[in-house]
Ligand binder design. Structure first.
Ligand code: MG
Length: 250
């Protein structure tokens, strides 16, 4: 009985399709053809269409907020926050993007909570009066703090799904897929920002909706801003190191 119903159904559908003369190629889409990108040797390496913001040599692609060249310390293919010198911003501006960053918490463990290995990756920084959207960088290996402020949180907005932190002194990766917010002409949010993050290859933010620019005290809110802005690395007074930073515009 079941087979008979199925067969009738099949015949009916086949009949309809046939009567419309739909051929397999009618549902093939050939245009546009995705452009060819050569991937890196591993997922850590920049693909051919990436903009490399730090390859190991210098901080030529970064400045301090006042426009002066970035003065953080570069050696052995990585660079380290220079406490008190101020955060650094990419000279290039970005909106929606795929961003790869490697970071290392200081091997000499000092402080706890928010005072241990604190830095941050700010997407779309330099929003007045706000400060962009922060992906928290923190030493969260055996270091409890508020969950929406630990490594991989969208600071004060989204708790990471899991804590995939490695030990201080070990290199870690963030692979961030960021969708920039869109604003109407009157400044209202047309579409909020979304972010997906892999921490050391582990999914920790799954298309999380960003509620506005970061607020340390109070609640996040949106303020209309240009479609592209710098990426910022935060000087929070701790000796966090970075290497191999590249970005693909989406
Ligand atoms: Mg921070």
């Amino acid at each position: 009985m079941k087979e008979k119903i199925l067969f009738t159904l099949y015949s009916l559908i086949f009949g309809i399709l046939n009567s419309q003369n739909i051929k397999p190629e009618d549902t093939e889409i050939w245009d546009p053809e995705p452009k060819i990108v050569s991937p890196g040797a591993s997922f850590r390496d920049a693909p051919s269409d990436a903009i490399v913001l730090f390859s190991g040599l210098n901080l030529n692609k970064w400045v301090h907020k006042n426009g002066e060249p970035a003065r953080w310390d570069v050696k052995d293919g990585y660079f380290t926050v220079k406490p008190g010198s101020g955060s650094i911003l990419s000279k290039d501006f970005f909106g929606s993007c795929q961003l790869h960053v490697e970071f290392m918490s200081p091997i000499d463990i000092e402080g706890d909570g928010q005072n241990r290995g604190n830095s941050g990756i700010y997407l779309m920084d330099n929003i007045e009066p706000g400060d962009g959207y922060e992906v928290q960088v923190l030493d969260s290996y055996n270091n409890r703090t508020y969950s929406n402020g630990q490594a991989g949180s969208i600071y004060k907005q989204h708790i990471p799904l899991v804590n995939a932190s490695k030990k201080p002194g070990e290199w870690q990766t963030y692979d961030i897929i960021f969708k920039a917010p869109v604003f109407n002409e009157n400044g209202e949010v047309k579409s909020p920002a979304y972010v997906t993050i892999f921490h050391n290859g582990v999914l920790i933010q799954n298309n999380s909706e960003i509620q506005g620019y970061i607020e340390h005290i109070g609640y996040p809110k949106y303020e209309a801003h240009p479609p592209k802005l710098p990426i910022k690395l935060q000087d929070h007074g701790n000796l966090v190191s970075y290497r191999n930073i590249w970005v693909r515009e989406l």
